[in-house]
Design a protein around this ligand. Sequence first.
Ligand SMILES: *Cc1c(COP(=O)(O)O)cnc(C)c1O
Length: 388
Amino acid sequence: MSQPYFAYFDNNATTRVAPEVVAAMLPFLTEDWGNPSSAYSFGNHLARPLDQARSQVAALINADPREIIFTSCGTESINSALHSALLSNPGKQHIVTTAVEHSATLKFCAHLERMGFTITRLPVSPTGTLDLAALEQAITPNTAIVSVMLANNETGVIFPIPAIATICQSCGVLLHTDAVQAAGKLPLDVKVFGADFLSLSAHKINAPKGIGALYVRRQLKYFPHVIGGGQERGRRGGTENVAGIIAFGKAAQMARERLEALSSRLRVWRDKLEQSILQGIPGTSRNGDPVERLPNTTNVAFEGLEAEGLLMLLDQAGICASSGSACTTGSLEPSHVLTAMGLSAKAARSSLRFSLGAYTTESEVDHLISILPGIVERLRASSPPSDD
Ligand SMILES: *Cc1c(COP(=O)(O)O)cnc(C)c1O
């Protein structure tokens, strides 16, 4: 049973599956349920729709369909890119990444560290930007790969991947970019980015959970992470998630078609929401660079408040938002992204993220704008400021 809600502002955590996507995938859950690897046509005729979906996902990032490997999620894509880079550079034991990556990157790097690899986590500025000179200095002859996200899931801050790729190429080091949050919100072009690997996830662009893709630049040697059958031309074992792949293809096509209209609409509404908070509610400040960021995301600190309390009152009012990464909600750890930007643990714990999506309406935005000041006031009245 689904919970009723008035307004969903957590599209960076997951998105509603588009009805068109459900319609496209449904036949592959009902009558057309064969295994693509079968010898008979009931199964192997599925090669055609799978090829089409691969082309649709490739088109979203201007890649060749042969450069796309379907995986089970963004997390698997990220893990697989790093894994392949280490195996293709057996003498190199070092990875450069940033302190603000998604846990799919940071936790996998921590795992690799325990196995003997060395990890450099680049710091960010108070607005969440990277120092490219520091990135260049961090690369050593022992570096196998640089892994830097395209857009941050908590703040929306965008890193300059083309400039980072130029540095990596001049140092002869591979580059992976986590583009999960950028898909559907920014134009994506692997020819412009120049990265060797790029990760995507379907459930962030209005397709179901449990399907992702990894772009691997042509001619790059690839070592599979999930090993089994010969699916994905031997690069990712496991019977294809046929319905999921079809859904991802349809969602990628829709994301590409509506990109410009959607991102300009969301930017207007995001700015309206953000301005109303910053100007209308005392003691609020924006986290993250005001310019170099996604059009759909705003992250705001509410001085003296606990985000968890604010989220609870918003939830009671039927509004879904988030305090940083969904993966760490429930833990008392402040956001690693915000603390890396220099926020105190207290300020980080007072911050909320609102992320808009393809199904956000202006009336949802207006509703949030109308009730938020009262909720903040109520909470502040019930929890007098402590002195530290
Ligand atoms: C959601 C997300 C992921 C993980 O994708 P899953 O498909 O949920 O595993 C990775 N990176 C970023 C930036 C994300 O927002």
